[in-house]
Design a binder for this molecule. Structure first.
Ligand SMILES: C[S@@+](CC[C@H](N)C(=O)[O-])C[C@H]1O[C@@H](n2cnc3c(N)ncnc32)[C@H](O)[C@@H]1O
Length: 252
């Protein structure tokens, strides 16, 4: 469906934009460790969206937890090499939405409804003490959105993408143990010398509680996309997702 090429694009962009990404990487790593620090027990930790491991404090997690499981739909070989350095770190190749295979199969067939995501990985794991979802949420609808383009109507694609995002937020609330979420929440494209600012919602309308902390990620500063164009995104961190969600729902 394009997950591998998407991962390769992230790796290439990371190499070109390393300096611009430095603050974001540092802020993400700090938020992951803050979440780890809030866990009363430290048996198993799961990192969702571990991918290229740029933003994961792997050595620290490995020493804090008995076991660390890195989850991603694609684990590039360099991540495998890095993970193999730690005896208590393993990798699982899994689709965290649980519906990508079915989507791949049914989307081209007319008359077939698209699947509904209800992730189940680890939900019955009694040893899971921490799950961190790391810069993954906005990526969940991305590749399937491209795949569906031209196969289904725009409103159907938009509704499917939003459901993927909402299902992940609900999943983080259902998992056992402590959960944390780090995600970008708003993208801006700025064209130099032009007053207009283009903004869009990478979460397709899914609502989030007020963030504990936010920062700017200089995702693609000029000339990464085109000379004179900057792409920035706002990232939100919730080091205790269940608490943030619970407090927000009570107020609504
Ligand atoms: C922006 S990257 C996260 C940053 C990553 N930790 C790094 O260091 O580069 C998003 C990750 O989400 C993964 N991903 C996207 N959709 C997924 C899915 N359905 N299931 C599991 N992983 C997925 C991608 O493969 C990618 O590694």
């Amino acid at each position: 469906m394009g997950f591998l090429s998407s991962s390769l694009r992230v790796r290439a962009r990371f190499r070109r934009c390393k300096r611009a990404w430095a603050d974001h990487i540092e802020n993400t790593r700090r938020a992951v460790l803050e979440a780890a620090g809030q866990c009363p027990r430290r048996r198993r930790a799961a990192v969702l969206g571990a991918g290229l491991l740029h933003d994961i404090p792997l050595a620290e997690l490995s020493s804090l937890f008995e076991e660390v499981i890195l989850v991603d739909i694609v684990h590039p070989w360099l991540s495998r090499v890095k993970a193999n350095r730690f005896r208590n770190v393993s990798q699982i190749s899994a689709d965290i939405t649980g519906v990508m295979e079915e989507l791949y199969r049914v989307a081209p067939l007319t008359g077939q409804v698209l699947p509904i995501s209800h992730p189940a990985l680890f939900t019955d794991d009694p040893r899971l003490d921490l799950t961190v979802s790391v810069n993954l949420l906005s990526q969940l609808p991305d590749v399937p959105g491209e795949y569906l383009h031209g196969l289904r109507s725009e409103p159907t694609v938009a509704a499917f993408q939003k459901q993927l995002v909402e299902a992940h937020l609900d999943y983080l609330a259902r998992l056992p143990g402590h959960t944390a979420l780090i995600t970008d929440i708003g993208v801006r494209r700025m064209i130099h010398d032009e007053p207009t600012l283009e903004e869009w919602d990478p979460l397709h309308g899914a609502q989030l509680p007020p963030a504990e902390r936010t920062w700017q990620w200089r995702l693609a500063p000029s000339p990464e996309i085109r000379r004179g164009v900057d792409l920035y995104t706002t990232v939100a961190a919730y080091t205790d997702w269940k608490k943030a969600l619970g407090g927000w729902l009570r107020q609504r």
